[in-house]
Design a protein around this ligand. Sequence first.
Ligand SMILES: Cc1cc2nc3c(=O)[nH]c(=O)nc-3n(C[C@H](O)[C@H](O)[C@H](O)COP(=O)(O)O)c2cc1C
Length: 331
Amino acid sequence: MASRQLDDEKTVTGLVADAAAAPSMHNAQPWRFRYLTGERVLLLRADPERAMPRSDPDNRALHIGCGAAVFNLRVAAAHVDLVPEVRLLPEPQDPLLLAAVHLADEAGRQRDEDLARLHPAIRERHTSRHPFAEKEVPEDVRATLQDAAEREGAVLLFPGAWHAETVLDLIHDAESRDTLDAEASEDLVRWTRLGPEADTAVDGVPEYAFGPRKRDGKAPVRDFAGRRPVADRGTTTFEHTPHLALLSTPGDGPADWLRAGQALERVLLEATLADLATSLTSHALEDRALRLLARDPASGTGQVQMVLRLGYGPKGPATPRRPVRDVLEIV
Ligand SMILES: Cc1cc2nc3c(=O)[nH]c(=O)nc-3n(C[C@H](O)[C@H](O)[C@H](O)COP(=O)(O)O)c2cc1C
């Protein structure tokens, strides 16, 4: 097949819109894209203005969100019959340049069906901060999710009862710490959108995505309202035995975090296709020492990068994203 010219602006705009649908901490969308037309390379750069110095001092969560965007980009590219060739951190002297994705065309190569089939889930996946049913996740679905993580070089562990209790305690402690420490809530206040702003903001977590306040239950769901009143929110009982899954990587540096982000999004998209609702908790992982405590006590290895909560329940609402023209430059 002759090399297909990308209908650049339209194709790349679509790819970036899909990439930007990825989850990011507090929906900060800490990314910028630059498309080099001649080279057919899409660059993803971290946006330090959207970093969270207090809750994410090493930019770990920032890298995870950007990794998730890279994964969406791969899925979106496969969906339009392009072959994405990803280089992470391609220029060591430029650590904010997180990925370079060459968009090769299919010529003589198989389209990656495993990636392309995940495409519908990109727009269906939303974080759900609602209670889930006390219902098991079937073994075959768990195996699919574990396989998804493995394909991206990560491990997804379903913790046993004792380990899950430890993780829930760590999350609970992190929450209590934040309630007592006004500075710790600064990032949260900056990135939450209350009142009329919730309907117009293009980033941050809008109040309609907070979910109800927890009266009872053990589900680890961050309360984005803090002590601020939110109209029409309600209070309810969450599940007593939440289905947690811990995503780990072998190492704990920028490249591992970008891989963790890709693995996270692969797991979330597979979960969405399996009709599961999902939410994320990074609260207990914001501190390196606590991250070590969240490890699998049996193996004692690996770095826990994210706590996922899976279940059957209401899907979350779509949250806003910045317009593509604000995050993409084509040169
Ligand atoms: C690294 C990272 C950390 C996150 N931490 C939390 C968290 O602690 N609590 C929470 O409710 N959501 C968390 N999220 C989910 C984001 O708040 C969510 O992705 C964002 O608001 C966009 O909404 P969406 O996932 O529905 O598209 C996290 C997401 C990422 C990528």
